[in-house]
Ligand binder design. Structure first.
Ligand code: NDP
Ligand code: HSE
Length: 436
């Protein structure tokens, strides 16, 4: 049987990793797919750039039409990133009846509903395993392996760059900017690293996970997003003293009155497996009513780990080339006419335990004033830590851990504590998740 001809859009970190894996494991891959898989054209911006992977002369082009208009190319792999022109190229490929594999979570999270509708209408596959958690096959696991479950929640470390930075800060005292530069050098970060450190990339991935876990449309605009830019090393150190690690986490959870969709730093008890996932590694907890709790762990970014996921998708597509489109696994796990629109909760309605840190004057009654505010609002305290003053300082750090509290209540408490004359500066707040 003739090899399947593939066009690659983008030849950077992920495109290079994809070519490396396809080349090195060509024989194994053909044995799995039932046919050879051949990259016949690669689109780049700069044809003269030095690449990690050497490819035969003539393979590189700067003209997308060489791929999109070539009727012999059956599969288009998009590893360019960004919204445009990636979106237009993918829609053009679909319109020509080509199957698509993409690593582009920003595109799937924000334009996936449109792309999947176009793919369904044309009877082609759009596969996106590499879009979430790099090398971990989490899409397949949730969409197929756990298809018998009512999923209760998905929570995970889903941005390798943030996890790498937090690990470097905690273990080596590395400055934020230095750790970010290292992550960029290692090929983990997005073209615009603001997407990583401000939580947007994790929110893109959470959007996709929530859709396939709960059978809801992709709802990126409804994710609450916070990044790690404002984290202070003092909070990482105090959290450690209290027995916690600070991680950047995406959480999609069914609760009684809706679905929580949120991305932010959290304190996790250091004994939990997920608290010990370090560096670029990702880990995703999936809880289902039948299976209970499962944890998926692996590299969340980088050339070959992500290439591994892209190639798995290409093999899947090749295997289904002759399948009736109606019999394929639905793009978003649930049949398109069975998607539901459960209410997505605003943050004010989310309940979590909290970590608070403020600077307060070290005199009688101040701590009592703070705890009285919490008591008046019905907020129960789990732990209090008062640290000695820094040399020359007139205030001391006061750290509090609360039990579970609605976000609206803790916002009110923070406002009242900040208004105390004995309290200075900004009150730091982090959420706490036990993942018990
Ligand atoms: P890179 O910046 O390393 O590579 C992008 C590639 O696309 C480059 O080869 C670039 O060409 C090409 N390209 C970009 N825009 C155009 C354009 N308009 N026309 C033609 N070619 C273009 O990005 P990554 O490989 O890191 O990321 C690619 C995608 O994979 C993104 O969607 C990212 O979110 C996703 N991803 C990345 C992971 C990672 O670990 N890096 C992990 C999982 C997903 P040229 O080289 O000539 O500049
Ligand atoms: N920039 C992303 C990360 C790449 O650091 O997780 C993998 O999606």
């Amino acid at each position: 049987m003739k090899a399947v001809r593939v066009g690659l859009l983008g030849f950077g970190v992920v495109g290079g990793g994809t070519v490396a894996v396809l080349t090195r494991n060509a024989h194994e891959i053909a044995r799995r797919a039932g046919r050879g898989i051949e990259i016949v054209k690669i689109l780049t911006r700069d044809p003269g750039k030095r690449r990690a992977q050497a490819v035969p002369e003539g393979l590189i082009t700067t003209d997308a039409a060489m791929i999109l208009d070539d009727p012999t190319i059956e599969v288009v792999v998009e590893t360019m990133g960004g919204i445009e022109p990636a979106r237009s190229y993918i829609l053009a490929a679909i319109a020509k009846g080509k199957h698509v594999v993409t690593a582009n979570k920003a595109l799937i999270a924000t334009a996936g509903n449109e792309i999947f509708a176009a793919a369904r209408a044309r009877g082609v596959v759009v596969a996106f395993e590499a879009a979430v958690a790099g090398g971990i096959p989490i899409i397949k696991a949730i969409r197929e392996g756990l298809a018998g479950n009512r999923i209760r929640g998905v929570a995970g470390i889903i941005n390798g760059t943030c996890n790498y930075i937090l690990t470097e800060m905690r273990e080596h005292g590395t400055e934020f900017a230095t750790a970010l530069a290292q992550a960029q050098e290692l090929g983990y970060a997005e073209a615009d690293p603001h997407f990583d450190v401000d939580g947007i990339d994790a929110a893109h991935k959470l959007t996709i996970l929530a859709a396939i876990a709960f059978g809801i449309p992709l709802a990126f605009a409804q994710v609450h997003i916070e990044g790690i830019r404002d984290l202070e090393s003092a909070d990482i150190a105090y959290a450690a003293e209290l027995g916690y690690r600070v991680k950047h986490i995406g959480i999609a959870r069914r609760v009684s009155d809706g679905i929580e969709l949120r991305v932010h730093p959290v304190l996790i008890p250091h004994k939990r497996l997920i608290a010990n996932v370090d560096g670029v590694m990702n880990a995703i907890l999936v809880s289902g009513d039948a299976v209970g709790s499962t944890l998926f762990y692996g590299p969340g970014a980088g050339a070959e780990p992500t290439g591994s996921a892209v190639v798995a998708d290409i093999i899947d597509v090749v295997r289904t080339l002759t399948t009736d489109p109606e019999l394929r696994v639905p793009h978003l796990a649930f049949q398109p006419d069975a998607l539901s629109d459960g209410p997505i909760l605003g943050m004010a309605d989310v309940t979590t335990a909290c970590y608070l840190r403020c600077e307060a004057e070290d005199r009688p009654g101040v701590l009592a004033d703070i705890t009285r505010i919490l008591a008046d609002l019905g907020i129960s305290i789990e732990a209090i830590l008062q640290k000695p003053p820094e040399p020359g300082a007139h205030t001391v750090p006061v750290i509090l851990l609360t039990h579970g509290v609605r976000e609206a209540q803790i916002d009110e408490a923070i406002a009242r504590i900040a208004a105390l004359s004995a309290v200075t500066g900004k009150i730091r707040r982090l959420r706490v998740e036990s993942f018990a």
